[in-house]
Ligand binder design. Structure first.
Ligand SMILES: [Fe+2]
Length: 145
């Protein structure tokens, strides 16, 4: 469970910073709409960093330490975002969908693992995140139609 939590922690940091970059670079007539939407998205990812780090400590009964330096995040992340240079909102949204699917898949694995280990708190947390990420997925797929 802690390995999966470490991957999720690194992927949330990666996704958050990537989407914040989109928030800064968006251009065009729909600037306000996307600037605000990307802000909501990177806030959603950034908002889970603390919870994920704390769960590493909780489920390992404090035997695992949490290191979130750039080098450790780089070693633990499984998201490899395309480097989008430019300002295209649909391309940016499609790139977020790819990252979101990876995070969602890891939360689904962690949910099953937490359930099998009777870690109900973590199981509930995963269920809430799966719900929130599915909602985000729905919004993004609607945007890109
Ligand atoms: Fe901003």
């Amino acid at each position: 469970m802690t390995d999966l939590l470490k991957t999720l922690l690194a992927n949330h940091i990666e996704a958050s910073l990537t989407v914040q970059g989109y928030h800064w670079c968006i251009e065009g007539p729909d600037f306000n709409q996307y600037h605000d939407f990307f802000s909501e998205v990177y806030g959603q990812y950034a908002g889970q960093v603390d919870r994920l780090a704390e769960y590493i400590r909780i489920v390992s009964h404090s035997t695992e330490y949490v290191i979130a330096t750039v080098d450790v995040v780089k070693a633990n992340k499984t998201i490899k975002p395309e480097t989008l240079v430019g300002n295209k909102p649909i391309e940016m949204t499609n790139a977020i969908i790819v990252m979101n699917d990876i995070i969602l898949s890891d939360f689904n694995k962690l949910f099953k693992l937490a359930s099998s280990k009777l870690e109900q708190g973590l199981e509930n947390y995963c269920a809430d995140q799966i719900d929130a990420l599915n909602k985000l997925n729905w919004k993004m797929r609607a945007i890109t139609k």
